[in-house]
Every structure is written in C-alpha cells, then in structure tokens.
Design a protein around this ligand. Structure first.
Ligand code: FAD
Length: 531
C-alpha cells in the first residue's frame, strides 16, 4: 500500500479542503478515521511520530470489560466494554482472540464470594455465560506455577487479547484502502482559525526523512485524538489542562519461564492492586503499574522505573512462588501513559476510565476511555462534528470497522495456525505478503508466531520511516526477543535494508537510533533520560 515514494505523493495531495482532519494515529484517531471514511467524508489523519507510537502500542493488550472497574463501581464502563469486546471478537476475528483469566483466591470465604459475584456480574453485563469455578486441585493441574500452601481455588472467566499496535495499523490501512489519507511523521504544529475564530485547519510539519517543511491544511472539522498530548493541542485554543497522565509499565518474560495456559489475575501483596500475567505473542507479560507521570512528554518516551520493576516482580513472585522471577529473566519492559480526565482523585486507580468528547472554539477533543471502547468514542466524536460536516453522519447504521476475512487459502505456504495469524493482522494483504516472501521467509522467527516474511512486507509497504517503527510496532520482535532482537539483526538487515533503500551509512544510523530508544525505554533495566 505505502510503496516507495508514497509520502511525497501524499504530501502533494494535502493542500486542499478536507471535511475532517484527525490529529493522532493511535486507536482513538484510527477509529474516528475509519468511521469518517466509511461515512464518505474526505478525511486526513496525521500522526506526529509513527502510527500507534503513543499509548496504543503500550497497553496491556486486552479487549476487556475491566473486571477491576467493577471493584470501583464503574458499572457503565464495564457494561459498555464487555459489549464492545463481544463485537470485536466477531468482527476482528484472528486479530482479537478469546483469552481465559484464572483468578486465584487464597484465604477465606469472603474473597471467594466476592470473586464469585464479580464473575457472575461480568458475564451478565456481556451478556454471556462462560465463567466457572476451579477447585484447588484443578487450578494447580491447569497452571502448576500458581501452587502455594494457602491457595484455595480459582475462578475462570473470559476476556480477549490482541496486538494493540497491529490493531491500530490494521484499522488505518483499511481506512486508507477505503479512500482515506493518512500520514505518519507529520506533526500538527498549530491550529488555523477562520475569521469567526473557529478552528478551520492545521499547520503540519513533515518530520519524515523527506522533511518537506510546513504546510497549512484546511478542514471543516479538526478532531484532536492525541491521547496524552491532548492538552498540548488544546493550548492552541487557550483551554485549561484537563488530563491526568497515568503511567503503566509491563515486563515481558520468556514463555519458558512461565508457560501459562491462560492469563492470571494477581493481587500485588504490597497494596492489593489487581494486575495480570498474560500470555502474549509467544511470551508472558506482567503488568501494570498505575502512577502519576510527572516528566514532560517532550523529554522522550516513558520508561519503567526501577521501583516499578521491583513492584511488578513482587507481584509475579507472590502468585508464582516457584518461578523465582528476577530482573535477569526479563526480556524487555515498556511503559505507556493513560490519558484520563482529571478529577483529582487521591488514588490514580480511582480515576474514571470513562471517555469524554467536547468542543472548544471548533476543536473537537476525544480522549480518556480505553482501547476497547474506540468505536463508541469514534462515533461520539463524529456526532459532535455533525453540524459542520457536508452531510450528517448516519450513525444509526452499523458499519464495519474490520473487513470480513478474505476467502483465499494457505496453499501449503505456511501452517494453518500461521495463516490464521496472518489473516487477522493483514486481511486481504495476506496473499501478497506470502507471495512476496524470499527463500525460507515464510518461517517463524525463533519461537515466536511472527514470520520473516512480515519483516519484508512491513519494510516494503508498511509506512516504515525508522528501524524502531519496524521492530517495535510493525513486527514486534524488538520487544519479544532478548536484547532488542540483536541476535537477528543481520537477517533483519538483509531483508529490510534493500526494501527500504537505505545506504550502509543510513542503516548504521538507524541501528544507533534504535539502540538508544531500546536502552532508554524498552530494555529490562531502562536508562530513561536525565531530568
Ligand atoms: P495514543 O495512542 O497515545 O495516540 C495519540 C497519538 O497522537 C500518538 O501516537 C501521538 O504521537 C500523536 N500526537 C500527539 N501530538 C500530535 C501532534 N501535535 N500532531 C500529530 N500527532 C500527534 N485499554 C484497553 O482497552 N485494554 C487494555 O488492556 C489497556 N491497557 C492499558 C495499559 C496501560 C499501561 C495504559 C497506559 C493504557 C491501557 N489502556 C488499555 C488504555 C488504552 O491503551 C488507551 O486508552 C488508548 O491507547 C489511548 O489511545 P489514543 O489514541 O487516545 O492515544
């Protein structure tokens, strides 16, 4: 789709009147973009860094109702979310997949009753009846790592998981295929105002390798979907800050250290906070923390602090006592910032995860919420924009956000499981991806579900500007393999460098940039940046 030279072509097309400009290429922007294109609006999405660079590549990867929101009595958020989960399981097949959760309890009847009522409420809200109770013997058989003298039993309930960055890319690519225009490394520097003072466009700056400078771009409606950056854009309309940025970090472990059949809910022994151990993309991930993020965004990507790493290890060792998890076991870490509406709650965990859409001098901001509720957020944002659009959106009609899976077959090129994996992520592009593969490239990368042919496909047509786009967000081996996939770098180079048309000097420079990002924000002991 995004072949060589695509950025220059898109740049030339920007100078026209758009119906909608969406600022931000995370899940919120992607959802608005997808629906706006489906409604027939001439729509442009601009992303300052890479698609899914922000929180939308750093989540817990769950499409879920948020069991713990029940604890906070946020019933509306849970109901809305479990229903969206059911929708995505049907429409985004193979990309969003069911995931069981084992919720062990250790002590008395009270905890058992509380969890028991919780799983019933959870299933009633969906509505779907899938939970069960597991005896102590059964849970240990299913997941021996949980064994401990005080374990009494567990409940098993179901949510879903996905690859967040791939979900975002998939939605954006399908919207582009349907007629939308999207550009990464294109930052909104300023908002334009009409004579009436209403926002009527943006000034964009090309931050890509081709760096074509700044350009004024006009639109009937500008939608601010910049997540944790939302207040920065709102400064342009002199609006006071509304957001609280809450940092959440995760650690990724090798599957062999904790081969889990399902996700496991953990209560951190320090403060009884709910956390998860999640089997994900051939690894096991544990998180998350929930803390106020005090550092300015302009300083660099968020990272897990040593205190957070210790906190996560404590939680893991409390629930998996025989695993003896250490920092040395960690493959990588990552950290993201939740954009939540600030109500000043003393405990960050008590801030509502509900979303909000509002308008200030013509600028529509949509933020808060969750990845799981992106469709609802998208439709509310378009509803808010309705009066300034050439025709009202037909939001009463259900429209697809994910195209149906194509009907072609694996044809012996890959295993059935690999084919399904690819179909979910690449949809109608799967056939081309498999056909583009060089010798032995339709083969897994190590023990991961990823294939080498994905590297070629992403480098050829995935809108990659930098090596970190390729290794951290397109094919996520930079997080899934030790030391940022350093052992596979020669093969990555042999595939990606010619596809991207990089000289040897550019390759070196890209590796340097990637290693710096990895060491600062993704390594098992991230260095962060000096304050
Ligand atoms: P982002 O993904 O941050 O996207 C905003 C984008 O705007 C960024 O890519 C940024 O580069 C771009 N941008 C900023 N400024 C500009 C500019 N000037 N010009 C152009 N572009 C700009 N939700 C779930 O449903 N399930 C989960 O399991 C889950 N787990 C989570 C775990 C953690 C630790 C965190 C922090 C959040 C989690 N969430 C989860 C919430 C969810 O991830 C977020 O609500 C969601 O990703 C926010 O998406 P967004 O598009 O609004 O923001």
């Amino acid at each position: 789709m995004w072949h060589k030279g695509w950025r220059q072509e898109v740049w030339k097309e920007l100078n026209c009147q758009w119906d909608i400009i969406v600022i931000g290429g995370g899940i919120t922007g992607a959802g608005v973009f997808r629906r706006a294109v489906a409604e027939g609006y001439k729509t442009l999405l601009v992303e300052a860094t890479d698609f899914a660079f922000g929180t939308s590549s750093r989540s817990s990867k769950l499409v879920h109702g948020g069991f713990r929101y029940l604890r906070n009595k946020q019933f509306d958020v849970t109901r809305e979310s479990v229903r969206e989960r059911e929708w995505m399981l049907k429409e985004a097949k193979n990309l969003v997949t069911p995931l069981g959760f084992i919720m062990p309890y250790k002590d008395n009847r009270k905890t058992k009753n509380m969890f028991g009522v919780g799983v019933i409420m959870y299933d009633l809200l969906a509505p779907k009846w899938k939970h069960s109770h597991l005896s102590q013997k059964k849970v240990v058989k299913m997941c021996p790592q949980i064994e401990s003298p005080d374990l009494k039993g567990a409940f098993l309930y179901y949510d879903a998981e996905m690859d967040d960055a791939r979900l975002v890319q998939h939605i954006i690519r399908e919207a582009v295929a349907a007629g939308g225009t999207a550009l990464n490394y294109c930052k909104v520097e300023k908002l334009l105002r009409g004579q009436d003072g209403i926002v009527c466009g943006v000034v964009v700056n090309d931050l890509g390798a081709s760096a074509q400078g700044e350009l004024e771009v006009k639109a009937s409606v500008v939608i601010n979907a910049t997540g944790p950056w939302s207040d920065d854009i709102r400064k342009e309309v002199n609006a006071p800050a509304r957001l609280r940025r809450l940092r959440g970090s995760h650690l990724i472990f090798p599957h062999e250290r904790m081969p889990l059949p399902h996700a496991v809910t953990l209560l951190n022994p320090r403060d009884n906070r709910a956390m998860f151990a999640i089997p994900w993309e051939g690894t096991t991930m544990i998180g998350t923390t929930d803390l106020d993020h005090q550092l300015p965004l302009a300083k660099g990507e968020p990272f897990a602090t040593q205190a957070e790493i210790d906190y996560i290890l404590d939680a893991g060792n409390a629930v998996f006592p025989s695993a003896h998890l250490k920092q040395d076991d960690v493959i990588s870490s990552f950290s993201g910032l939740r954009p939540v509406i600030n109500t000043g709650a003393s405990d960050p965990g008590k801030e509502s995860r509900a979303h909000l859409v509002w308008e200030e001098e013509g600028l529509i901001t949509v933020t808060g919420g969750k990845l799981t509720t992106f469709r609802i957020m998208a439709e509310e944002a378009l509803q808010k924009a309705a009066s300034r659009l050439p025709h009202p959106p037909n939001l009463g009609e259900r429209k697809r956000y994910f195209n149906p899976l194509p009907s072609f077959q694996a044809g012996g090129r890959v295993l059935a499981s690999e084919f399904n994996y690819l179909l979910g992520r690449y949809g109608s592009e799967t056939d081309d991806l498999l056909n583009a593969a060089g010798d032995d490239e339709n083969q897994p990368i190590g023990n991961l579900p990823n294939l080498w042919s994905e590297i070629r496909w992403a480098a050829r047509s995935g809108g990659v500007e930098h090596l970190d786009d390729l290794l951290l967000r397109r094919v996520r081996i930079g997080m899934l393999l030790p030391d940022g996939a350093s052992s596979e770098m020669d093969r990555v180079r042999s595939i990606a460098q010619p596809e991207l048309g990089w000289s040897d000097a550019q390759w070196k420079q890209e590796v340097k940039r990637y290693r710096e990002i990895y060491e600062k924000s993704y390594s098992p002991a991230p260095k962060g940046f000096a304050e």
